[in-house]
Design a protein around this ligand. Sequence first.
Ligand SMILES: Nc1ncnc2c1ncn2[C@@H]1O[C@H](COP(=O)(O)OP(=O)(O)O)[C@@H](O)[C@H]1O
Ligand SMILES: [Mg+2]
Length: 405
Amino acid sequence: MPRYLRETAELNLYRNKNTIKILVGLIAILIVVVSVYYNNFIVNILKEREHERVDMFARAIEFMAEQGDNANLTFINEQIVRGNTTIPVILADQSGEPTGAYLNLDIPDNLPEAELLQLLRDEIAQMRTANEPIQVVYRNTANQVEYVEWVFYHNSDLLRQLSYYPFIQLSTILLFGALAYLAFSFSRTAEQNRIWVGLAKETAHQLGTPLSSLMAWLEYLRADERTRQHEALPEMAKDLEKLHMITERFSNIGSVPILEHNSVPEMVQNSVTYLQKRISTKVKITISSVGNDLRAQLNPHLFSWVIENLIKNAVDAMSGIGTIDIRIAPASNNTVHIDITDNGKGISKANIKKVFEPGFTTKKRGWGLGLTLAKRIIEHYHGGRIYVKHSEPSAGTTFRIVLRA
Ligand SMILES: Nc1ncnc2c1ncn2[C@@H]1O[C@H](COP(=O)(O)OP(=O)(O)O)[C@@H](O)[C@H]1O
Ligand SMILES: [Mg+2]
C-alpha cells in the first residue's frame, strides 16, 4: 500500500482530492438540474396564465361584438382588450389571413397597408409555432355562428427572458467560479514556490557558516606538524566536499540558477561515477549516448541532483541486484532525451500518475520528495520535461528526461 507521509488532516484532504472533486461535480450538476427544472416549472405556470389572458381577450372581443353598439363597453375595452400591454397578439380571419388588427408589436405607425399585412403574416407564422391560436366566434342575434376569427399570440418578453434566465445565470456563475478557482490556485502555487525557495535558501545559508569554519579547521590540521599525516584528514576532506555540494544544491534551488552549456553525457557520467562507489557492486550501471556532442543548458549542481535521485530510486526498486541502463540521444525539436531504465519492481498503473506528487512514497523510510524535486528542477529551472515513459510491475521502469539542446 502506498502511503503519504505525515498523515495530517491536510494530507488526508489532499489524498481525497479526487473524491472531493467528484462530490463537488455532482453537487454542481444537481444545482444546475434543479434550477433549470424549477425555472421551467415557473415558466410553464406563467405560460398557462398568459394563455388564460389571451383567452379572456378573445372572449371580450366576442362579447363586445355580441353587445353591438348599444351597451357601454368602455370598461371591457379599456381593462381587457387595451389592458393587455405585454402579450403581442394579432387578429386573423378564418383562413389565418391578418385582418390588420394587432397589439404590442414593434411596428411603425405609418406603414403602407400591404407592407403591414406582410409583416403580420410573417409574425403569425412565428406565433403559430409558439402557441396554438385562440378562436373568436361571432354570432348573429339568432345565436348562429356568423364567422370566426383567430387570435395569434406570442408570450410576453418577460416570459421569454425568464426562460433564458437560468442559462445566463448559471454561465455567469460558472465563469466567476472558474476565475476564482484560477486566482486561488495561482496564489497557492505562488505560495508553494515561496516555501520551496525560502526553505532551500535558509538551509544553504545555515549550513554555510559551520561549513567554512570546518574547512578552516581542516586547513589548520593540515598545517600542523603533528596532525598533517593523520589518515582521517583525506576522509574529512571528502565529507566536507560532499557537504559543500549539498550546500551548493540548496543555494542553487533557492535562487535563479545559472545555466551553462554542458555536455550531457559528461554530466551524467560524473554523477554515475560519484554514485557507483556508494551503491552495491551488484548493480551495474551502463551509459550509452548516440552522437558525441550532446549539449544542453544545464545547472550542474541541480542536474546531478536529479540523476542521483533517479538512480537511487532505481536501486531501491531492486532487491540488491540488477542493471540500470542510461541512454542519451538527440530527438526532434532540438531536444535531448535521457532515458533511465531499470529492471526493478516497476510501478503499478494507478501509481504512475502519483509518483511526482509531493509526499507520495511506497517506502518505509521514504519522504516522497525525490521525484517532486526532480520534476521541479527539470521543468521549473531547465524548461524541460520528466515523466514515466514506461513501467511494468516486476519488469522495470523507464524515466525520461527531455531537455532543450
Ligand atoms: N525506478 C522506480 N521503480 C519503481 N518505483 C519507483 C521508481 N522511482 C520511483 N518509484 C516510486 O515512486 C515513489 C516516489 O519516489 P520519490 O519521489 O523519489 O520518493 P521516495 O524515494 O522517498 O519514496 C517511490 O516510493 C516508488 O514507489
Ligand atoms: Mg527517491
